[in-house]
Design a protein around this ligand. Sequence first.
Ligand SMILES: Cc1cc2nc3c(=O)[nH]c(=O)nc-3n(C[C@H](O)[C@H](O)[C@H](O)COP(=O)(O)OP(=O)(O)OC[C@H]3O[C@@H](n4cnc5c(N)ncnc54)[C@H](O)[C@@H]3O)c2cc1C
Length: 515
Amino acid sequence: MLLEQGDTVVPFFVVTAGEVQIVRPSGTDETFVTGIGPGQFTGEANMISGRRALVRIRASQTGEVIELDRANVLALVQTDGELSEILMRAFILRRLSLVARGLGDVVLVGSNHSAGTLRIKEFLSRNSHPYSYIDLDRDADVQNLLDHFHIAAADVPVLICRGEAVLRNPTNQQVAGCLGFNDAIDQTHVRDLVIVGAGPSGLAAAVYGASEGLDVLVLETNSPGGQAGSSSKIENYLGFPTGVSGQELAGRAYTQAQKFGAQVMIAKGATRLACDRKPYAVELDNGARIPARAVVIATGVEYRRLPLENLARLEGAGVYYAATFVEAQLCGEEEVIVVGGGNSAGQAAVFLAQTAKRVHILVRSGGLAETMSRYLIRRIEETPAIVLRPYTEIVALEGGDHLERVRWRNNQTGKIEANNISHVFIMTGAVPNTRWLNGCVALDVTGFIKTGPDLSREDLSIASWPLARPPHLFETSLPGVFAVGDVRSGSVKRVASAVGEGSIAVSFVHKVLHE
Ligand SMILES: Cc1cc2nc3c(=O)[nH]c(=O)nc-3n(C[C@H](O)[C@H](O)[C@H](O)COP(=O)(O)OP(=O)(O)OC[C@H]3O[C@@H](n4cnc5c(N)ncnc54)[C@H](O)[C@@H]3O)c2cc1C
């Protein structure tokens, strides 16, 4: 036995003679994943992330292997371009294959009618963590499993970790804890750079910071990828002529940041910035304090919620804020509503129209021309399954455990219509995630962070700016604290600009660290 599922120290093996087998244990059974022969090597994405082993590795015959520890593998991929390409490619593709085949260390027992199930599925998918899913409503032999683990149907969603721990309707933090997502991360030493938020801007800052030798820690409330991670297809990001799903882009950036040595804490949000003395410290929702010599705030924005009764109860049970394959599967061929006239609404409508019977786009204004890119408007016009409803807004959401009916009003005629539609995608603009900053940095009137030349003399005097030099580009009213991407006042709300800002900020972080 070379490695057991759940082991925290995961070595890398090159087989020189014989064969090793990769298997996924489940109870007393094993599922064969693959065999590795002479000249081939073991390892998948957790070789880079430092997380627990998802599989068991054992020799199937007498043989010989070369063993390297993870630190040596990381050193190899950082210094040897040729080996890096071979290893990184194999690790990423192997993880994708495990995800596609549902071969991991967790089983999710849930129901498509439960918001908690959708949340956990999204959390696992967006962290590229493979899982098998058992649907309480559809899988006939689920009763044996429920009996074995003493689970009642009312407990779902239930997560069974490595066949040992049974978590009933766990929070994302509990899922991350059980799967050991953050186990390898030291939370005590002073970091050169703490990045808050792992959307495109935060991940870009992590890639550039870590690749240039900084000791980087990224904190993420939820999963890597941010808003971009919830996009089904990004078509205007440079270098992807056929488009790229937000999740794929985020997954690659996440692995890339880790390859250079950045550490990323998942499901650990910043709740406060301790800014009264240096080094600054970022406080986490579990009470921990991470000291930092410089900070990049990349917390982006989150969607506005519609002022509707029942909304909170139906979120995840018919009301969604992202349109990815997970939600599209839930909608099947039914009718859906997309609310909003921006690019994210347009993308969602075009994507959902591939499977849904009809997609209604509801906008309060008279059309899309002022808010959506021309290429998306054209695509909407050319898609017969999409119906644009201008001057229209939702006035009521109705249903029990799941959304069943939507009432919308045409504001020109005043007419209210009831429709038996069970899926609504809300994409109606966003508010910045800056509440946690609690007065540490200057904000504009809408709550976005002011930086660099946007900071007026008055802003700097109120903030008691202590230095002779003015703030650098993307530097906030607090020296050494930067803001990038959508959370920054005046930024262009696009993936490319978020990535650009994250990478540029790092060059100023270097200057500040030498000050
Ligand atoms: C559905 C959709 C489709 C889109 N399509 C396109 C497109 O095709 N092309 C394009 O250019 N742009 C597109 N955009 C816009 C683009 O995704 C954003 O401009 C980009 O993601 C901004 O990146 P960011 O890193 O600044 O912020 P975000 O992507 O918002 O990421 C911020 C991250 O910070 C985390 N966070 C927030 N608060 C905290 C905290 N206190 N502690 C720790 N972490 C925290 C969040 O969980 C999140 O992961 C789309 C957006 C959406 C929603």
